[in-house]
Design a protein around this ligand. Structure first.
Ligand code: ADP
Ligand code: ADP
Length: 232
């Protein structure tokens, strides 16, 4: 029972002498309603694993499962729809549109899909993420932490099966990072949201209930919070 899983996943960049085996037969499952972290040194394959699981990158072989759906078997068109409707994304750069208010940024994924926001769900998100007073503000009028909260709300607005967060605290000071990580954890606890975060930050990984350690394109170990060794 996993929300997302890699099965024998291989990713090779390039070919011939210069080929890089970024993922070397990775099999790993991420449990539902859990805050998971993928950790490991730079170049160990963390981003590649996340991108394959999120349907942003195509694996060379193996399977990227989203629940019972094998993303590697889908056409580009269907994959794009699955990504829009069933996956949420949070990035290091918040990727908010500068001309839109917080509220419009949050509902953007729904607007693109021609769907109306569920008012009750919006209200819950706004309350848990503490965005009430900010909904009319544009990104330039918000702090980094507030912008990341908006990005988090945007990732959750479609009620995705999984939220993938790529170094979500990379641009934040340590106090604001702690706040955002606490909020991610709240979403897992209060909404049963599945979150998979890529991070090289030991402190960030402490918020996770499930940690996958990568090294050289393989899973080097699986553990809960405290990593067994200093990576980086
Ligand atoms: P991490 O996220 O842990 O830093 P990556 O998944 O980004 O690791 O990279 C894994 C390996 O794949 C590294 O050796 C990296 O140089 C290589 N790699 C990543 N993306 C590309 C790419 N687009 N083209 C060629 N090699 C790549
Ligand atoms: P497409 O451009 O193929 O139609 P979407 O725009 O629907 O895909 O992308 C779905 C989500 O994935 C969006 O939130 C988008 O920001 C994100 N995304 C798309 N491509 C990348 C990428 N290369 N790296 C990181 N995120 C991406």
């Amino acid at each position: 029972n996993s929300a997302t899983a890699a099965v024998d996943l291989v990713k090779v960049y390039g070919s011939g002498d210069t080929a890089v085996r970024a993922l070397d037969r990775v099999s790993v499952a991420f449990p539902p309603a859990t805050f998971s972290a993928i950790m490991g040194p730079s170049g160990s394959g963390k981003s590649t694993l996340m991108h394959c699981l999120a349907g942003l990158d195509t694996a060379t072989s193996g399977h990227a499962m989203l629940g019972g759906t094998d993303l590697t078997s889908l056409s580009d068109r269907v994959l794009t729809r699955v990504r829009r409707e069933r996956i949420g994304f949070v990035f290091q750069a918040f990727n908010l549109l500068p001309t839109l208010t917080a509220e419009k940024n949050i509902t953007l994924p729904l607007d693109l899909a021609g769907k109306r926001p569920d008012r009750k769900w919006m209200n819950q998100l706004v309350e848990v993420l503490g965005l009430g007073a900010r909904l009319d503000h544009r990104p330039s009028e918000m702090s980094g932490g507030q912008q990341q909260r908006v990005a988090l709300a945007r990732a959750l607005v479609t009620r995705p099966d999984v939220v993938f967060a790529d170094e979500p605290t990379g641009n934040l000071d340590s106090r604001t990072s702690a706040e955002v990580l606490g909020l991610l954890r709240d979403c897992v606890r209060q909404f049963g949201q599945t979150v998979v975060m890529v991070t090289h930050d030991q402190n960030a990984a402490r918020y996770a209930g499930h940690v996958v350690h990568m090294a050289d394109g393989r899973v080097a170990g699986i553990g809960s919070p405290a990593p067994r060794q200093q990576v980086n």
